[in-house]
Structures are given as structure tokens and as C-alpha cells.
Design a protein around this ligand. Structure first.
Ligand SMILES: *Cc1c(COP(=O)(O)O)cnc(C)c1O
Length: 178
């Protein structure tokens, strides 16, 4: 990594209250890397909202896991906590809530349901740079937060993406995958 890249990773992570930032080429690879770092692959199911950009679901396909769609909450346009819980099966390993169109998914309820069922949570924050939930940066309360810097996003570098995490072991796995 260049010094500039490391400085950006540290500053972006700190501004979202996360300990580690791992910069990548786009916000699809970040989702794929997040799933791979969490050891999710063939035979596993990952729940994603039925309304999102296709990268959220494709990343699940890229690691060989099964995409399971759950409905959105019409009030937030994000994953409905009850639809999420209803979609859980014994094969479910993770969920990817998306803060779509800068409307927040109900993180409190989604994280509580995930904890109850021992599921991993990857937050797709591709639209939510700088967002806060209960005073804390998005992407920093789940296992891994994923952001995109593609041209149409709030903060753009033309292309780019970053994963945030507070877990040193996960940060190392993300970096190796990159
Ligand atoms: C843009 C976007 C991504 C990732 O996009 P890239 O173009 O690969 O950086 C992922 N999820 C959502 C919801 C997006 O809008």
C-alpha cells in the first residue's frame, strides 16, 4: 500500500468509528472479500434485501453461496427485520443489510436478530458514507462494513471501495484476499 492509501484507509475508518480500513478496487470486490473473510462459500445461504443494486447479490454468487432474497420495509426501502428473520434456515450464515438511497436499515433489530441466530452481518454502505446510527458511524457495528467510491456515489474516486472492521483477524484476512 502507498502511504497515501494507508492515510486514507485510517482517516476513513476513524471517521466511521472503525478500527481498520482496507481499500479495494470497487464496492463489489469489498462485498466478495467480506464474505470470503468470513469463510462463507458453497452450501451456505446469505440473506440480501430484494431491492438493492445487483452487486449485493452477485457477491454472494461469486463466493459460491446461495442468494436468499428477503422483502424490504416500505418505510425505509431497506431489509425488513421480520422478513429477514423469516428467511433464516439452518444453512444461513450471514445477512447483508443495505442502507439504500441513504435511508438506514434498522440496524438495532437486524443486529439483534443476527446475534440470536449466530449470523454474521455485512453492512452494504455503498450509499451511506458519513452516515451515523445512534451517534456511531455506519459500517462499524457489524462484522464488516462495505463502501463503494464508484462514480455515482456520495464520495467518489471514479472507482474504488473499502471494507471497515474492528476485528484485527478479519482485517488481515480482508487484506490477504485483496
Ligand atoms: C454501487 C453499489 C455497490 C458496489 O458498486 P461498485 O460499482 O462495484 O463499486 C454495492 N452495493 C450497492 C447497494 C451499490 O449501490
Amino acid at each position: 500500500n502507498s502511504a497515501e492509501e494507508q492515510a486514507f484507509e485510517n482517516a476513513f475508518a476513524a471517521s466511521h468509528d472503525a478500527d481498520y480500513g482496507i481499500f479495494m478496487v470497487n464496492g463489489t470486490v469489498t462485498l466478495e472479500a467480506a464474505l470470503a473473510a468470513l469463510d462463507i462459500g458453497a452450501g451456505d445461504e446469505v440473506i440480501v434485501p430484494g431491492l438493492t443494486w445487483l452487486a449485493t447479490a452477485y457477491a454472494v454468487k461469486y463466493v459460491g453461496a446461495k442468494i436468499v432474497f428477503a422483502d424490504i420495509d416500505p418505510a425505509t426501502f431497506a431489509l425488513h427485520p421480520e422478513a429477514f428473520e423469516a428467511a433464516i434456515t439452518p444453512r444461513t450464515k450471514a445477512v447483508i443489510p443495505v442502507h439504500l438511497y441513504r435511508s438506514m436499515a434498522d440496524l438495532e433489530r437486524i443486529l439483534a436478530i443476527a446475534r440470536k441466530h449466530q449470523l454474521r452481518v455485512i453492512e452494504d454502505c455503498a450509499h451511506m458514507h458519513g452516515g451515523k446510527w445512534d451517534g456511531r458511524g455506519v459500517g462499524s457495528r457489524s462484522d464488516i462494513g462495505s463502501f463503494s467510491f464508484q462514480q455515482s456515489k456520495v464520495l467518489s474516486g471514479g472507482e474504488g471501495g473499502i471494507c471497515l472492521t474492528n476485528d484485527q483477524g478479519l482485517a488481515e484476512r480482508l487484506y490477504r484476499f485483496k
